[in-house]
Design a protein around this ligand. Structure first.
Ligand code: MN
Length: 228
């Protein structure tokens, strides 16, 4: 039997300071997981159950890359996020077992066509065109948890052309990483290779062509992406 088309490559992310790569299976994203960000988007940050959306794995842009300003939008927003890379999966994973499934951590940008997302929200339509467009998921290299542990308190920040826009701490996540994994694994059978973009703190805003986004999570990594 032959494939009738060339099989698409499996997207991969490098493991920092090694020749190793991490193949990406799926990208899950958590919505409104910091209270101040929920408020700035016009929502009550009380602990409603977490909700999720996905980006396709081939939307990954490696760190230091260029992000082409996408079509059909005039309002692309940055969202800096800590990214969890699973090394094991499962269904109905308990909070106690959740961190055992984590291979490592990275820093990502959940880039958003905010105008298209806003339109979709208003019409009760899916978010895909606002969230899942091509090259919507820049990500750093991964650092294994065996080296850095599981960050529960670390500064998370983003600057545009050197000016700080987002500045918070991952200890402000409404749903912690173990709680997020528990909820996600009730909805999907998680797999090794699944990435979780854990949500963004307040300070999201628009970026323009020619600007450079830099950001990071202390102890995890720093990202730099130029908009072209
Ligand atoms: Mn986000």
């Amino acid at each position: 039997m032959n494939n009738v088309i060339v099989p698409p490559p499996v997207p991969t992310i490098a493991v920092r300071n090694t020749a190793d790569t991490y193949p990406v299976h799926r990208i899950y994203c958590v919505g409104r997981n910091y209270a101040e960000h929920a408020r700035e988007m016009g929502h009550d940050p009380n602990r409603e159950p977490p909700f999720f959306f996905q980006k396709n794995p081939d939307t990954i842009v490696p760190n230091g890359g260029k992000f082409p300003y996408p079509d059909k939008t005039h309002d692309v927003h940055h969202e800096i996020e800590m990214v969890v890379a699973l090394g094991a999966g499962g269904k109905d994973i308990s909070i106690a077992d959740a961190l055992d499934c984590v291979y490592g951590y990275a820093v990502g940008l959940d880039l958003t066509r905010r105008d298209l997302q806003g339109e979709a929200k208003k019409m009760g339509r899916p978010w895909d065109s606002g969230k899942g467009f091509d090259q919507a998921a820049p990500c750093t290299t991964i650092r294994p948890a065996s080296q850095i542990g599981h960050p529960s308190s670390a500064r998370i920040w983003l600057a545009v052309d050197g000016k700080i826009r987002q500045d918070s701490n991952v200890d402000k996540l409404i749903w912690s990483i173990p709680e997020t994994i528990e909820h996600l694994s009730g909805l999907w059978e998680l797999q090794p290779g699944d990435l979780i973009y854990s949500g963004t703190p307040e300070g999201v805003g628009p970026v323009e062509k020619g600007e450079t986004m830099t950001g990071g999570v202390d102890g995890v990594g720093e990202i730099e992406i130029r908009i072209v």
